[in-house]
Design a binder for this molecule. Sequence first.
Ligand code: SAH
Ligand code: SF4
Ligand code: F3S
Length: 440
Amino acid sequence: MSKRVYIETFGCQMNAVDSARMLSLLEAVDYRATGSIADADLVLLNTCVIREKADQKFRSALGHLRRWKKARGGRLVAVGGCLAQQKGTSLSDKAPHVDIVFGTHNIARLPELVRRAEERRPSVEVDFTGDTSHWDVLPYLAEGAASAMVTIMQGCDNYCAYCIVPYVRGREISRPSAEILDEIRSLADRGVREVILLGQNVNSYGKKEGEISFSALLRRIARVPGIARIRFLTVHARDLDSETIGLFEEVATLCPHIHLPIQAGSDRILSAMGRGYTREEYLKKVHALRRARPGIAFSSDFIVGFPGEEEADFRNTLSVMEEVRYDSCFSFRFSPRPGTRAAAMASIVPAETASERLYRLQSLQDRHTRMRLAACVGEEMEVLVEGASARDSARLSGRTRCYKVVNFSPDAARQEPFRLVRIRSAGAHSLSGAEGGLHD
Ligand code: SAH
Ligand code: SF4
Ligand code: F3S
């Protein structure tokens, strides 16, 4: 009988796509996924260290696994991802119930590590080898999935002052374009209609390797039959070039949404962060994108309370938000990450000040989000179905081309992944509607 693995993903999309690869690798050695820890023989925690909160969540999950492991003989605990990379052997030294520790460059070794752990042999591998052999593993894809994430690069060379990613994911490496295209063709054959291309800085795709440019790659992907929607993340505002901006005009299947993190609206803070662009340069790119694709939706990431951030700097962040009116945002309190430049910076912003700023920023964003959602009411929008709606299983949930969540009453006769939905109302975070003239 097959063994069961329960995988918990703590991090970003790169982390999630790695989890999907780990599952494919484990299926090949006769493990099956389970959604229940109680049924599992192996629990795999795919960790993140981007902010302290991610660390805390992991520690609490790991604590619970001590009892879980004792409850039945032969159970195994594996820790992978960015925290495993950072902590290495010290992780299993401090938590002896951890059987397997593997880093971000050792993913392909997972089946071998599990086998060794089953034989009670040491199973820790966190060498930063630059290994990318896991790229050959097709991430696990649920039956009937219409959307898939595709890795185009790993690592990051930017060393933004606050960020731990380059230390735990290593140097930037781009994946050969032929492999990316093969993967997308095979996904399309399996019924995938939307691909989300993943990298920390997609605009520097292929530069080191002498590969084709990001724009050229995107044009080739756009020619793969069956792929009706293309998205990519993350774009670094410094490296976003006019050719890529032009793609929004040229390539119809490129979705009208871009995640373009600004982090802060003050030039002084942007410079201290080492982002390499000014507020004006960023805004110029926003305007150019709007010219290339009128109505394009924007989302961003923000950090508040970066060392040295004064009230006046923070107001610049609010004013940039007023100028762009983002459709949605992720915002975070600065979290010092050991080993990064920002962790050693003076002029720490008191926690209460940072929390208060975060609250003000999020209140403003909530207003903008509502405004952007309200503007969709009355429109008929193409929705790519993702599954049943969380609140009402008679309804479906999916996303518009501009990445807004829509819950809708379906026309029962239809099965296809794309639906035309009339938007009837807008909430705080999503839209609601009905397909084919049905009433909501
Ligand atoms: N490569 C992407 C970001 C990946 S990390 C980019 O450059 O835009 C995702 C987000 O986490 C970042 O955009 C940033 O807003 C946030 N983040 C990263 N390090 C952080 C830290 N030390 N404290 C708070 N937020 C952080
Ligand atoms: Fe981190 Fe900056 Fe790289 Fe993004 S670009 S992953 S924020 S170092
Ligand atoms: Fe992603 Fe977290 Fe690692 S955000 S790259 S999983 S530190």
